[in-house]
Design a protein. Structure first.
Length: 290
């Protein structure tokens, strides 16, 4: 029972967790006219910027015919990624949730000194608050993305329901990392800006705004990096079910869907064990450090 004591307490304190999440969401948009819609508007603005840069300037966009895969890699390379806005959203929306979860959790304990110094406050709730808040925003944006797919005629049908197990898988992937960075930042305050820089590198090192084939065609050994990169697998899974223009020439990874799921579960399990261990061992020292 001691091994899952933290998990049991999180479930037991679910009402407190939800109240903290609602307080966080309200505090972000208090006094603003648009309110919660800013959590949707900001990612949409970034999407528009990326679509403009990569579709118009570099001519990666376009909407070639659905049988582009039959024309071979050469034609696919000329026409670019079919239906690029949808391709981009399938990678960028889950990425935004990961980024928000990690950056918010990395500073949440340091910034909650008033709560932590209360003897009865459950400190393990704080990183979970940052994660749940990010996933509330992800749920909103994915549902609006579904409306966009429906309007444009690219709705994947029953495949859209896969966003819910995919979000659960993504949640499991990041929760351990969030607890880890939340702990490290307490003792090493430079961790937060360092993590931000690391995430910028990881973004461009992941096939979110491009296909991994663009890189591996120039340097074949990069395929092993993409196979080891969990973001590649996560973006691939979202595209498998939401991106109806998927073609073989733009596949990010070469393993099966089952292997991608198992790999993400394995990475998530390792990170969860590490994150939980670091957090629980360091928790008694939080009051002194904040």
């Amino acid at each position: 029972m001691r091994l899952i004591r933290m998990e049991v307490e999180v479930i037991r304190q679910r009402r407190l967790l939800w109240e903290l999440v609602k307080r966080d969401l309200r505090s972000r948009y208090v006094g603003s006219v648009m309110g919660l819609f800013w959590s949707v508007i900001n990612p949409l603005v970034m999407l528009i910027i990326y679509i403009f840069v990569f579709s118009l300037i570099f001519q990666m966009g376009g909407h070639p015919s659905r049988d582009v895969s039959a024309a071979g890699p050469a034609v696919a390379a000329k026409t670019g990624i079919p239906n690029f806005p949808v391709y981009l959203c399938c990678g960028l929306l889950p990425w935004n949730a990961i980024l928000e979860s990690l950056l918010a959790s990395s500073t949440i304990i340091v910034g909650s000194g008033g709560l932590i110094k209360r003897a009865v406050f459950p400190m393990f709730i704080l990183p979970m608050q940052a994660i749940v808040t990010a996933f509330v925003n992800l749920t909103i944006t994915l549902l609006l993305f579904g409306v966009f797919l429906l309007v444009t005629g690219d709705f994947p049908g029953a495949g859209f329901l896969m966003i819910f197990p995919l979000m659960a898988l993504q949640f499991f992937l990041v929760v351990g990392a969030c607890y880890f960075f939340a702990t490290i930042t307490v003792f090493f305050r430079d961790m937060a800006p360092l993590l931000s820089a690391m995430m910028n590198f990881l973004f461009w090192a992941s096939p979110i705004v491009y296909t991994s084939r663009l890189a591996t065609d120039r340097f074949a050994p990069l395929k092993y990096f993409y196979l080891a990169n969990p973001i590649s697998h996560l973006a691939r899974l979202y595209r498998e079910f939401l991106y109806v223009d998927r073609i073989p020439e733009t596949a990010e990874v070469t393993c099966s869907i089952t292997m991608s799921v198992l790999y993400l579960l394995a990475v998530g399990a390792v990170m969860y064990v590490i994150g939980k261990y670091v957090f629980t061992r360091s928790q008694p020292h939080f009051v002194d450090e904040v």
